[in-house]
Design a protein around this ligand. Structure first.
Ligand code: FES
Ligand SMILES: [Fe+2]
Length: 361
């Protein structure tokens, strides 16, 4: 008997997370057309600063121009295909490590040794291939789809909502972060992030140290924006990890692979998921402070977060991925409470709706 098709209010069949063919369809229908987090503006402040990253099997980089604007290119030399830059750095000219062809910061070919006088070689026709770039509250994103709508249209109103909670968001500076390989499909990690039904059970420290679990809610931001908005009151009292009294918790998950979290009192941090294969995902956790410095109180939050919430989730998603490949898994109805709240998975249903929209056309 064939597995049932995905239906509203149901957990998805395991193949959505384990089947390489379906993963390819999701790449083509969704991930190659989505906005992917690249880096923060503060990581490339000067002319010639570049930051290389990957969108699955596609290598790209962002580079600061002479007029201080940012541009994004595929990270591939147009000669015979070597990658052009590695990691992050600063350069006046981008020189390929293979045969030393060089490119200006705007992607135009500047030099190619030995080609002078060659009849069929028109240097002016060769340039790097550009990739769409956009900004969101100081965070830099790239999209491989030249036709993609700008982020202001993909996520209308979300930037203003972020600013309402963190008015100084544009002045934040990247303060540090860490990256871990997760043995799971990206959607397993993203679903896990976007429900707090497991929080009281699994994230006891987070639930007593950062947020008040009884107040936790996740709602679609609006009809127009594919964003899940997490809200909660700050946890107060003896168990709080730090002084949480200045503002409440809010998190803005931008479908499909990035979340900007404002912990109570305006502590800005991010989750960024990078699909590496059908069952492999890299997760990057970033922290942002006013001056890029991490004080003792912030360091304590970073450490506690990593040792508890982050580690706890890693273990969950690994085990879920294994279970989704089980021949014995028969998906059940999601837990849907029309009122929302912490004991509801309507947010998961929303993710499935967005996924189906992308892959079913
Ligand atoms: S591949 Fe880059 S110079 Fe040859
Ligand atoms: Fe979790």
């Amino acid at each position: 008997m064939n597995e049932p098709a995905a239906t509203n209010g149901q957990a998805l069949p395991g193949r959505y997370y384990t089947d390489p063919t379906l993963f390819s369809a999701i790449k083509e229908g969704l991930l190659y057309k989505s906005w992917h987090f690249a880096c923060h503006e503060s990581q490339i402040p000067e002319t010639g600063d570049y930051f290389a990253f990957s969108i699955m099997d596609q290598d790209v980089f962002v580079v600061r121009q002479k007029d201080s604007s940012l541009r994004c290119f595929y990270n591939v030399c147009q000669h015979r295909g070597h990658t052009l830059v590695e990691g992050a750095g600063r350069a006046n000219l981008l020189v390929c490590p293979y045969h030393a062809w060089s490119y200006a910061l705007d992607g135009r070919l500047r030099g190619a040794q030995g080609t002078k006088g060659q009849a069929n070689f028109d240097r002016s026709r060769i340039c790097l291939t550009e990739v769409r770039l956009d900004r969101f509250c100081g965070f830099v994103f790239a999209n491989l789809d030249p036709e993609a709508e700008p982020m202001s249209e993909a996520f209308p109103g979300v930037e203003s909502a972020v600013r309402a909670l963190a008015p100084d968001i544009e002045e934040r500076v990247y303060a540090g972060g860490h990256e871990v390989a997760e043995s799971c499909n990206w959607l397993v990690a993203v679903e896990n992030y976007n429900e707090c039904y497991h929080c009281k059970m699994v994230h006891r420290t987070f639930s007593s140290g950062v947020i008040d679990p009884g107040s936790y809610d996740i709602q679609a931001f609006s009809e127009a924006a594919k964003c899940l908005h997490h809200t909660a009151k700050a946890q107060s009292g003896d168990t709080a990890w730090y002084d949480t009294s200045r503002s409440d918790y809010g998190s803005f998950f931008l479908w499909p692979l990035f979340s900007l979290q404002i912990y109570p009192s305006g502590l800005v941090n991010t989750y960024h998921w990078r699909p590496e294969g059908v069952g492999e995902t890299t997760i990057h956790r970033g922290w942002y402070s006013k001056d890029g410095v991490i004080d003792d109180a912030m360091q304590r939050v970073i450490d506690l977060d990593r040792q508890t919430t982050f580690e706890e989730d890693l273990e969950l998603v690994k085990r879920v991925q294994r279970g989704l490949a089980s021949r014995g898994y028969r998906p059940s109805p999601l837990v849907i409470n029309p009122e929302g709240g912490i004991d509801s998975e309507h947010s998961i249903d929303k993710l499935h709706e967005w996924l189906m929209e992308a892959i079913d056309g």
